[in-house]
Design a protein around this ligand. Structure first.
Ligand code: MG
Length: 176
């Protein structure tokens, strides 16, 4: 069996604006500017959710949560991510691990990485060792470097528990 693991890639961009709350990976971060979007614009939750949907072959976030639908206005994106995890689990998959890169010129994200990691681990139902959060600046160039936007990339590995168990049985040495 070679199909018991799947990988998914997610990417999201949101624009920064004065007076908006800044929420990354479910963590409210004190900053004069925050991300603009139909929901709470949490780029981290959106990128991770898209990676999950991709891994499970379930399309993308826009199909499931269209930004034209008023019911998603101001949506708490941790709720969205939890729903996507449930959706993926319902079709037999479990998260193995997740790696995230947040691209932001400011604020400095180092102090917030542990809380974002803990939030994502809880939402993905994995131990904290199964989540990694990296932060990069934009080197003062482009929309990220000028502080106009924050971008997040995420990669997620999922496994199909039942098939894994079959593999394990198949790999047992034959009885004498
Ligand atoms: Mg988004």
């Amino acid at each position: 069996m070679t199909n018991h693991l799947r990988v998914g890639l997610g990417h999201d961009t949101h624009r920064l604006e004065e007076g908006r709350p800044l929420i990354l990976g479910g963590q409210r971060i004190s900053h004069p500017r925050g991300l603009v979007g139909h929901s709470d614009a949490d780029v981290v939750c959106h990128a991770v959710a898209d990676a999950l949907l991709g891994a499970a072959g379930l399309g993308d976030l826009g199909e499931h949560y269209p930004d034209t639908d008023p019911q998603w206005r101001g949506l708490d994106s941790t709720r969205l991510l939890a729903e996507v995890v449930e959706r993926v689990e319902r079709v037999g998959w479990r998260v193995v691990n997740c790696d995230v890169v947040i691209h932001a010129q400011e604020p400095k994200l180092g102090p917030h990485k542990p809380a974002i990691r803990a939030n994502l681990a809880r939402l993905l139902r994995v131990v904290e060792a199964g989540v990694n959060v990296k932060a990069k600046t934009g080197e003062h160039v482009g929309p990220i470097g000028r502080g106009e936007a924050i971008v997040c990339q995420a990669v997620v590995l999922i496994s199909q528990q039942a098939v894994q168990d079959q593999d394990r049985i198949a790999l047992l040495p034959p009885a004498d």
